[in-house]
Design a protein around this ligand. Sequence first.
Ligand code: UDP
Ligand code: MG
Length: 316
Amino acid sequence: MKLSLVVPCYNEEAVISRFDDQVRAVLGGLAVEYELCYVDDGSADGTLPRLRELAQRHPSTTRYLSLSRNFGKEPAILAGLKAATGDAVIIMDADLQHPPELIGKMLGLHRLGHDQVIARRSRDGDKRLRTALSRFYYRAVNTWVDVELTDGVGDFRLLSRTAVDALVSLPEYNRFSKGLFSWIGFDTVTFDYRNAAREAGETKWRLSMLVNYGIDGLISFNCRPLRAAIYAGLSLASLATLYTLWVIGAAAVGGITAPGYVTLVAIIVGLGGLQMVMLGLIGEYIGRIYYESKRRPHFLVKEASATAPARPRSGG
Ligand code: UDP
Ligand code: MG
């Protein structure tokens, strides 16, 4: 059995060599055939030269792809999954936040017949605000979206060949991989581990990116937000009807008075805002259709290690 490690790297020169050493030490102790598939996601620092060095030092077990620009973590992972040749694939961050010591445990669980072995992290190394927001978000998402997302469950997981083939066969351009992992299903098992702080370098996530990622998650899987918009519109229209009837009734009984300036302004501004949100929502779905209809590849490869047997030029 052969194990592939898929490692997306964006500006990770500070930590990549240390990562490589630690992972090899662990894999060496496991007596399993393995390959490391690094994907340089258009790094602007010395990540690519480091990867070339690693590939030279360990030619039979190292492969790397370098994408033509920074496409984002999701496309980088997809590139790695497409390039991986193993019977099982583990996706790991390059910053050592995913402890390499867990590889053995994941392999063990895979050998028991599980197609997805998920490592769920505690949030010890994270900022408190981010933790709180994440918790709230997952609670909201799970009431809205068909696929189940769990807090702390990320990309760190082992996938069987079957699961990898299923994932790679999903053609959509907008990839929200947390949801895709959950969507493909298969026999899944989850275990917990303590989160480690980043070894070096810094996180690429800013709050705005997290918010955008969150919106992606909400609308990537179904049209339920549009349905919610219909319900909101219906409720508001019913309320307006009731209110009109009440005003007419009151006028018939007590004559016409004309207060309510603030009420009017509040209603106009409030409804205007709501309409914009809903238009934005519709626009968001149309935008997705637009992107999907272009059928662009997910990523472009500018350089690949010589050892790579199948040299993917682009993601289909
Ligand atoms: N990453 C990537 N492309 C990007 C951003 C991140 O390949 O555009 C990689 C990064 O090099 C790291 C992993 O994705 O290996 C996780 O990134 P990061 O540590 O910044 O995220 P966090 O752990 O804070 O969620
Ligand atoms: Mg990290």
